[in-house]
Structures are given as structure tokens and as C-alpha cells.
Ligand binder design. Structure first.
Ligand code: PGA
Length: 309
């Protein structure tokens, strides 16, 4: 297939996407809701700043290094065919540790603008920490980002807020931007409402992270991860707004304006547009749907299927 006809095929696909309306709230609203909606105290004014959207693919424990190379090649071809502008929507992939070197070599050799991230990092600089990977090692591999505090590590590996904060600090010290994940469980949601736990987790992490250190925040309701039951765009926006207000309190206006807040949890090409329309949602951390290059490429190209954009 020629490049042109590939483009046409892709455009045709996206036209189909244009016609996909985000399901109205009533249909989508299978997501659990807090017993009582939290009363907004006083609306806080937030700085109005343009932020570059970030679409991040968290591969979790999927794709070995050979599969990773094939995947990244396919994804970058699809994005090239679609004339994707990486400065307009930033794209990052987060492969397992064993894939990082292979993907880094490919990105460098082919001069690809995809960013590389890791899924975890040691809070320590070096030494007798069997199995750990230091932020310095990640920096040497030109990793731009590292995920810290993903719920699968908080819950599956017993990582507490102090550990998450220490990991974020170690990453920032090595020049790798931490993607700090926060989110409530279904029980937390019923008991405390949606924003209380994510805000507390953010505040705990920021207590460890030096002032001035850049970070990305990912709001990932635990009940939405891998469940096929995404939050509604309105739920995501309400928590993203509360998180930005917390950044404003802890770090001031500049950080509140520039920090990107991603939504994560069952994001697909069908629901991404609804999230990206929200003023405080600046991107997505995508798990399952980031493992199919065509689907991930459609998510990245959300601007083509945001109605009216
Ligand atoms: P999911 O995972 O998109 O498969 O729900 C998101 C995540 O865990 O980052």
C-alpha cells in the first residue's frame, strides 16, 4: 500500500471515529459513585495555561524486547502516516525494564520523537538492593519519565506514600520526570468521596519531592484500572481539578498551571475524546489499550475525533 493510500485508509478510519459519539452519561454511568457528592467549598481560581497533552502507554508486564521493537516500529509508522505532530501531542511508552535498552536504541537510530519511560525505580542511588533499578540507570538510557506509585505497586508490593515520595525524589534528582500515580479504591470512593484519597496521596508525595522539581500526575481510580469501567469524564475532571488545587496550595501558581494531570483507567479510542475535553485533564495513562498499535495510535490522535475540534 502506498503512503498516500495508507493515509486515506487511516483518514477513513478516523472519519468513522468522528461519528462515534461518547456515550451519554446515563449509559456510561456504570462507574461507582460516592454516596454523597462532595460539596465544593469555595471555587478556587486556577491559572489558565496551555499544556501539551501527554498520551502515555503503560505496558505493565507485557511485550518482551523483541516484541517491543516490532511494536514501536509499527506505532511510529502509523503515526508517521497520520502525520502526527509530537510537539502537539506528546507520546511516551513505558516498557518493562528488560526492553528499555532495545527501545532506546531504536528511538535513537530512527530519530523517533516518542519518549521513553520506565514503570518503577528504586528510591536508592546505588548499593546492596538486589533487583532494584536506580534512577541514574534510567537517565543513562535516556528515559524521560518513570511511573511511581502505580496502584499495582501500592497494593501488590505494599508501597506506602513515603516510598512513593522517595521514588519520585530519586527520579527527579537524576533528571527523570516522575509520573506520580494516585487513585482511590471503590471502598475509598464510597467512604470518602472521589478526591480525598488521591489528594492525600499527592500531598504525601509532594512532601518528599523538592520544590521546583517537575512532575506529571496520573489520576487512576483503582476501580477503573483494567476493569473496562472507566470513570466518566465529569468524575475525572472533578478529581483532576481538586488535584490541581492541591498543587496550587503546595507549590504555587506556576506549578499548578504547568503540571500535567493525566487520567488513567480503561481508556480506549472510544472514550478518550470525552476525557480530553475536560479543562483539567491533560492526557491519559493507558494500560491495556496501549498494547495494540492501531488502537493506541487512534488514542494519540484524539484531536481528530474530538467533535468540533
Ligand atoms: P488500563 O490500565 O488502561 O488497562 O485500565 C491503566 C493503568 O493501569 O495505567
Amino acid at each position: 500500500m502506498s503512503n498516500e493510500s495508507q493515509n486515506e485508509a487511516q483518514d477513513a478510519e478516523l472519519v468513522t471515529d468522528d461519528t462515534v459519539e461518547v456515550a451519554p452519561l446515563a449509559e456510561q454511568d456504570a462507574a461507582p459513585a460516592a454516596d454523597e457528592a462532595a460539596e465544593p467549598v469555595e471555587p478556587v481560581e486556577l491559572p489558565q495555561v496551555e499544556r501539551t497533552p501527554l498520551i502515555a502507554g503503560n505496558w505493565k508486564m507485557n511485550l518482551d524486547h523483541l516484541q517491543a521493537i516490532a511494536f514501536v516500529q509499527k506505532l511510529s509508522w502509523a503515526l508517521k502516516d497520520a502525520r502526527h505532530d509530537y510537539a502537539d501531542v506528546e507520546v511516551a511508552v513505558f516498557p518493562p525494564f528488560t526492553d528499555l535498552r532495545s527501545v532506546q536504541t531504536l528511538l535513537a537510530a530512527d530519530k523517533l520523537s516518542l519518549k521513553l519511560g520506565a514503570q518503577d525505580v528504586s528510591p536508592h542511588e546505588s548499593g546492596a538492593y538486589t533487583g532494584d533499578i536506580s534512577a541514574q540507570f534510567l537517565a543513562k538510557l535516556e528515559a524521560a519519565y518513570v511511573i511511581v506509585g502505580h496502584s499495582e505497586r501500592r497494593h501488590g508490593h505494599g508501597e506506602d506514600d513515603a516510598t512513593v515520595g522517595a521514588k519520585a525524589r530519586a527520579a527527579a534528582a537524576a533528571g527523570v520526570t516522575p509520573v506520580i500515580c494516585v487513585g482511590e479504591t471503590a471502598e475509598d470512593l464510597a467512604e470518602h468521596g472521589a478526591a480525598a484519597i488521591p489528594v492525600a496521596q499527592l500531598e504525601a508525595a509532594l512532601a518528599e519531592l523538592p520544590k521546583g522539581a517537575e512532575f506529571v500526575l496520573a489520576y487512576e481510580p483503582v476501580w477503573a484500572i483494567g476493569s473496562g469501567q472507566a470513570a466518566t469524564p465529569e468524575q475525572a475532571e472533578a478529581v483532576a481539578r481538586a488535584l490541581r488545587e492541591a498543587i496550587l496550595r503546595a507549590r504555587g501558581e506556576e506549578a499548578a498551571g504547568s503540571t500535567r494531570i493525566l487520567y488513567g483507567g480503561s481508556v480506549t479510542s472510544q472514550n478518550i475524546a470525552g476525557f480530553m475535553r475536560q479543562p483539567n485533564v491533560d492526557g491519559a495513562l493507558v494500560g491495556g489499550a496501549s498494547l495494540k498499535s492501531d488502537e493506541f495510535s487512534r488514542i494519540i490522535q484524539f484531536k481528530k475525533h474530538v467533535t468540533g475540534a
